[in-house]
Design a protein around this ligand. Structure first.
Ligand SMILES: NC(=O)c1ccc[n+]([C@@H]2O[C@H](COP(=O)([O-])OP(=O)(O)OC[C@H]3O[C@@H](n4cnc5c(N)ncnc54)[C@H](O)[C@@H]3O)[C@@H](O)[C@H]2O)c1
Length: 270
């Protein structure tokens, strides 16, 4: 059901790779709520994924940008502002990648070149996007920026590897830049800490099947789906959440505050 919560708003969505992507569902949800969108992803992802299908469906241009390259972000913001005829009201940062995870390198043996690259893509990119947007004055007053994260930033999930450190850094940037952008232009910056979700990035984590069913059993409401995450993003882009900033918001069916659940106890007693 749509409520026109984003009527007249303009947004940029990073990270829609295929229809499982959280960004994909978010783009559809924002469109349904009346927003106009620009889609972006890394050039290689545009070749590998199916973003053009989404672009057609929601009538949005696709502008390539590798988030590790400042010129790409400048180009994306310039072209988006030309397209919209002004600044943007919201941005979704839905980007994550660890080469150590991808190559199955254990956390204690991480290759630091890969660590640097993963940190650049997964965390510093939020700083890069915000800093470039601030310089270009690309985000409108009371704009909203959301980045996606995972509870491995606070608790140990061994197989999440160096993405744990990337997410801790990402959440810190959201807090610190949230302060700066809030003071400067009333722009808010938050992270959503999402349940494990079956996507290309999610399924890359070792032992993901065990991981996702454990979380399901530990969460009183069960795991939050990508669609539910998309709906939560809509609320944060809307004017109904204007005073929420610098927060890490758990969207996980209650997992983060559950010590143990009856379902897990029963499993252990088998
Ligand atoms: N899937 C989960 O279990 C889960 C849980 C919590 C948080 N998250 C976070 O949600 C976000 C979205 O991931 P997803 O699960 O939808 O997976 P996904 O694989 O669909 O999305 C990740 C995106 O990052 C993009 N990307 C990678 N390198 C890039 C670069 N250099 N420049 C621009 N884009 C680049 C990819 O092309 C892809 O579109 C990530 O931040 C992820 O860490 C995922």
């Amino acid at each position: 059901m749509a409520y026109n919560l984003l009527k007249g708003k303009k947004g940029i969505i990073f990270g829609a790779l295929d229809e499982n992507s959280i960004a994909w569902k978010t783009a559809q949800a924002c469109h349904a709520e009346g927003a106009e969108l620009v889609l972006t992803n890394a050039p290689i992802a545009l070749r590998m994924g199916t973003i053009n299908k989404l672009a057609e469906e929601i009538n949005a241009p696709v502008i390539p940008a590798d988030v590790t390259i400042t010129e790409d972000i400048e180009n994306l913001l310039t072209k988006s502002m030309e397209h919209f005829g002004g600044g943007v009201d919201f941005i979704l940062h839905s980007i994550g990648m660890s080469i150590n995870v991808r190559k199955g390198i254990h956390y204690t043996e991480n290759n630091y070149e890969f660590t640097h690259k993963g940190l650049d893509i997964s965390a510093l990119s939020l700083h890069r996007v915000l800093a470039t947007a601030m310089k270009m004055d690309a985000i409108n007053e009371w704009g909203s920026v959301v980045a996606l994260t995972y509870i491995a930033a606070q608790r140990v999930f061994p197989d999440y590897n160096d993405m744990t450190d990337n997410k801790a850094y990402l959440e810190s940037i959201a807090r610190n830049f949230g302060y700066q952008y809030g003071v400067k232009k009333n722009v808010r910056v938050n992270t959503i800490s999402q349940s494990p979700t079956r996507t290309t990035a999610g399924s890359g984590v070792k032992g993901f099947d065990g991981f996702i069913s454990y979380a399901e059993k530990m969460s009183p409401l069960g795991n939050a789906t990508a669609q539910e995450c998309a709906n939560y993003c809509v609320s944060l882009f809307s004017d109904l959440t204007k005073m929420v900033t610098m927060q890490n918001l758990f969207h996980d069916g209650g997992f983060s505050f559950t010590g143990v659940s009856q379902a897990v106890i029963e499993q252990m007693e088998k």
